[in-house]
Design a protein around this ligand. Structure first.
Ligand SMILES: [Zn+2]
Length: 341
């Protein structure tokens, strides 16, 4: 039976319900250089996150992918803790983001070294590096780094997907290097590669690079594809065998209408089997007061349960069959995330 790798261990893909392929429980988008230690308290983060996760669980969500790569606050221990307490399982990411939010090693290390690092985080476990965070504390002090390393050595948290990025102006050399490394690591471990690629043109460049080094487009996702206004580029990515992810659902009524329209166009074009839907909620943003997701009246600005509660009914009303809704929200992510042989 195909397995996928979560922060709590490997699980049978068959057992999954609705999967959210792109949500951030915690992330830190402040410039890496000179980033100050974070003082966010773990219990405050939990207090904000757990009700939102429980609500999503009640709406049928059983797993989410937390695609925060190292360098922007990926916190494996926090992810495990939230997964344990909410019963929403979590897939963590290895990989690299884009300039200027890249840890030094993205530049200093060779392609082979980066591939070995990605594969290590998938098959052995994530070890924190300076610039990540540990339960809301920035990992700049030796003491905190040591504490997190001890905890992760004792009970490893492994990554289940590789996250990359391409800049809107086009694929940068360091991003191309990370992509070639990711193809190697994906081949060795069986995980999929997902890339922050709002530009359809930059994604085409990534597909060229991926194919050049023998990567499989069927294991490669254009994240934030909804940001590309030219639908021809959506189709071109699909025709080349890649996946699209529309993941800003719940941001505004306009964005929901746009996502609804795009989704129907992809279904009509016959590509429902390579489409993913998500929300890109940031449940807690480091450095923002109260995590940045709470409105003045105390209610959350955005929530993980929205897609299942509000958006899927609208898809059904628009005439999308239950079978197709299930395909997109349950079967597709399950197939993508299952480790290939
Ligand atoms: Zn995101």
């Amino acid at each position: 039976m195909p397995k996928l790798r979560t922060v709590l261990g490997d699980v049978d893909a068959e057992r999954l319900g609705i999967v959210l392929p792109h949500e951030h429980l915690y992330c830190d988008l402040r410039p890496l250089q000179g980033r100050e230690a974070i003082q966010d308290a773990v219990d405050e983060i939990e207090k904000a996150e757990l009700p939102l996760l429980e609500q999503a669980r009640a709406a049928g969500v059983t797993l989410l992918v937390e695609p925060t790569p190292p360098g922007i606050g990926r916190d494996p221990l926090l992810l495990r803790r939230l997964a344990e307490r909410s019963y929403v399982d979590v897939v963590a990411a290895t990989g690299l983001y884009k300039e200027p939010l890249l840890p030094r090693r993205a530049y200093d290390r060779s392609e082979d070294d980066l591939a070995a690092w990605f594969a290590f985080e998938i098959s052995v476990g994530i070890l924190p590096i300076a610039g990540d965070s540990y339960l809301g504390e920035s990992l700049l002090s030796e003491e905190v780094l040591g504490r997190a390393t001890d905890a992760l050595n004792e009970t490893p948290v492994r990554a289940g997907v590789i996250k990359l990025a391409s800049s809107n102006e086009g694929l940068q050399p360091v991003e191309a290097k990370a992509l070639r490394a990711a193809v190697m690591a994906a081949r060795d471990t069986g995980v999929a590669i997902v890339s922050h690629s709002p530009s359809g043109r930059a994604f085409q460049e990534q597909l060229d690079e991926l194919e050049k080094v023998g990567g499989d487009p069927a294991r490669f996702v254009q994240v934030h594809a909804n940001a590309e206004r030219d639908f021809e580029l959506h189709l071109r990515a699909l025709q080349r065998g890649a996946w699209l992810e529309y993941d800003n659902i719940g941001f505004s009524p306009e964005s929901d209408a746009w996502h609804l329209d795009l989704t129907q166009r992809v279904i009509r074009a016959g590509f429902a089997d390579r489409l993913l839907l998500s929300q890109d909620v940031v449940g807690w943003r480091a450095g923002a007061s109260g995590g940045g997701n709470t409105q003045e009246d105390g209610t959350p600005k955005r929530r993980y349960g929205y897609l299942a509660e509000e958006f899927l009914p609208r898809l059904r009303e628009a005439g999308v069959s239950e079978e197709t809704v299930r395909q997109i929200t349950v079967e597709n992510p399950r197939r993508l995330l299952a480790l290939s042989e």
